[in-house]
Design a protein around this ligand. Structure first.
Ligand code: E4P
Length: 216
């Protein structure tokens, strides 16, 4: 499973990249709005920190505008992936961009049919938002299972990019289902390495070592 980080904060991305397990980044207009400075400059900096795909989202609502913005975003760096919302206009834009070999991430997916349509349009990634579904008492992880099954059933090349993750165990569940990518908020990414028994075990090893380390 590929680990992407879901933030536009350069320091958080740098910190995660240093661990060496970071495969990509997802941003969106809300994440970029939280950061001070010019969004294009921020995206450019992010693309230099991570070799893998960096999703940057269009804001136009019509397909021609999306394609134009997509081309502009791609001019920032070769590892930019154009993020396009799941609308009929978005599907048209994904189809056109894919013909130009521009990688795309179809975002704001909330049901399996939308995911199927994103794949048929030629999206590189499809992003089902599981946390936002759970927030309204729907079954976010159930949607991931459906997307993985449908893509397998038809041999579709689009990768399931699990988005809107809130908890570490969601990454485990998504990996068990075979989702290719999880985009993980910085806090959850840090939590992935934690286990109370790891901490307790380490403390005990160090305490025991203190007793014997000076033995001749
Ligand atoms: C994905 O690409 C989105 O940026 C993100 O996962 C949305 O998550 P949220 O529901 O926590 O805003």
């Amino acid at each position: 499973m590929k680990f992407f980080i879901d933030t536009a904060n350069v320091e958080e991305i740098r910190e995660a990249a240093e661990v060496g397990l970071l495969d990509g980044v997802t941003t969106n207009p809300s994440l970029l709005a939280k950061e001070p400075g010019d969004p294009t400059a921020i995206l450019r900096e992010i693309t230099k920190l991570v070799a893998g795909p960096v999703s940057a989202e269009v804001t136009a609502l019509d397909h021609a505008g999306m394609v134009e913005q997509g081309r502009e975003l791609r001019s920032i760096a070769d590892n930019i992936v154009v993020k396009v919302p799941m609308t009929l206009e978005g599907l048209k834009a994904i189809r056109l961009l894919s013909r130009e070999d521009v990688p795309t991430n179809c975002t704001l997916i909330f049901n399996a049919t939308q995911a199927l349509m994103a794949a048929k349009a030629g999206a590189t990634f499809a992003s089902p938002f599981i946390g936002r579904l759970d927030d309204i008492s729907a079954d976010g992880m159930g949607l991931i299972a459906q997307c993985c099954t449908i893509y397998r059933n038809y041999g579709l090349a689009t990768e399931v990019l699990v988005a809107s993750i809130r908890l570490p165990q969601q990454v485990t569940q998504a990996a068990l289902l075979g989702a290719q990518v999880a985009t993980i908020p910085p806090k959850v990414l840090r939590q992935l390495a934690d286990h109370p028994l790891t901490d307790a075990g380490l403390q005990k090893f160090l305490a025991d070592w203190e007793q014997v380390k000076n033995r001749a």
